[in-house]
Design a protein around this ligand. Structure first.
Ligand code: ZN
Length: 136
């Protein structure tokens, strides 16, 4: 039996573009960057930035990887829905609100909570789909 330990770059990029397209944000660009976080959606640039730590991923990282991609896709969907300028304002307002409440600007941020829930509740569906298509 052949065990593929790593997911190929091609398959990984294909999975990302399938997810983005499915949620109507296929125009989002993908960029690898050296950064502390695993991923970030750059509202100004309409760019999904992925850490170079994700250049190659192991099979054991696939769950976390998919949740991350779906989470960031949700931010892209919000940016599309409200317009990026408006969404940026809304997001910053929420950050300031959480800070004023003595809470965490990210962990308690309603947009972050919604994005994480979206990732958590949708990754199994994608996992099954990608397995079926032989991408993972
Ligand atoms: Zn987020």
């Amino acid at each position: 039996m052949l065990i593929k330990e790593f997911i190929s770059q091609t398959n990984k990029n294909q999975m990302i573009s399938m997810i983005l397209k499915h949620y109507g944000v296929g125009s989002v660009k993908l960029k690898y960057k050296s950064m502390r976080d695993y991923a970030h959606f750059d509202v100004d640039r309409g760019e999904l930035q992925l850490s170079t730590k994700y250049k190659t991923i192991k099979k054991s990282q696939i769950k976390e990887f998919l949740i991350t991609i779906i989470h960031e896709t949700y931010h892209a969907m919000d940016a599309k829905k409200y317009g990026w300028k408006k969404f940026k304002e809304m997001y910053e307002l929420e950050m300031n609100y959480q800070i004023s409440q003595g809470k965490d600007e990210y962990k308690d941020n309603k947009y972050e909570i919604a994005a994480e829930e979206f990732g958590q509740s949708n990754y199994t569906k994608w996992l099954q789909k990608f397995k079926k298509e032989g991408l993972i």
